[in-house]
Design a protein around this ligand. Structure first.
Ligand SMILES: Nc1c(NC[C@H](O)[C@H](O)[C@H](O)CO)[nH]c(=O)[nH]c1=O
Ligand SMILES: CC(=O)[C@@H](O)COP(=O)(O)O
Length: 159
């Protein structure tokens, strides 16, 4: 199944985000990828009206630490949504599987436990080229897609 471009969307359908406050937790593993994901997310949030001062960025060592970083951010900041940014690339061992499953389940659990939506912006790729293609390359930028999801979920949270 061909991957759709992650960055094409109907911009007119996105609520104005001026009143929302967003957290972005960024993994420091594979920074070439995660920084591009962050820039895509930040640019999209600003494009849809978010105030720069309403984007709170924290860094964590790796994708597995996104779980604790998001939890701590929810508990200490007043936020309407959080974007968790990471990039896990398959190595020689099964560690990839455990990191990906762990961060997926951990972020899922936080979405159940707390009333702040956490957007899963974690690329889980077989190789670096797949990551490059999805962080500003031929398949777009998952950071943009995640920012759009964050705005939509922040609006939904108001009901
Ligand atoms: N191999 C990758 C990791 N591994 C590190 C873990 O995320 C974690 O920091 C460590 O196990 C200590 O708890 N992390 C990534 O984000 N990307 C990788 O490719
Ligand atoms: C996904 C990872 O943690 C990865 O970097 C580990 O590499 P390896 O499986 O070769 O130890």
């Amino acid at each position: 199944m061909a991957t759709t471009n992650l960055s094409y969307y109907d911009k007119a359908s996105i609520p104005n985000a001026k009143k929302f406050r967003f957290g972005i937790v960024v993994s420091e593993w594979n920074p070439e990828i995660t920084e591009n994901l962050f820039l895509g997310a930040e640019e999209a949030l600003l494009e849809h009206g978010t105030l720069k001062e309403n984007i709170i960025r924290w860094n964590v060592p790796g994708s597995f630490e996104l779980i604790y970083g998001c939890k701590k951010m929810i508990e200490t900041q007043k936020l309407d949504a959080i974007i968790a940014i990471g990039n896990v690339i398959q190595g020689e061992t099964k560690h990839f599987d455990f990191v990906c499953e762990g961060v997926t389940q951990g972020i899922k659990d936080l979405n159940i436990q707390y009333d702040v939506p956490i957007i899963f912006c974690v690329l889980t790729d077989n190789n670096k080229q797949q990551s490059l293609d999805r962080s500003g390359g031929k398949h777009g930028n998952k950071g943009i897609e995640s920012a759009v999801a964050a705005i939509k979920m922040a609006a939904l949270r108001e009901f």
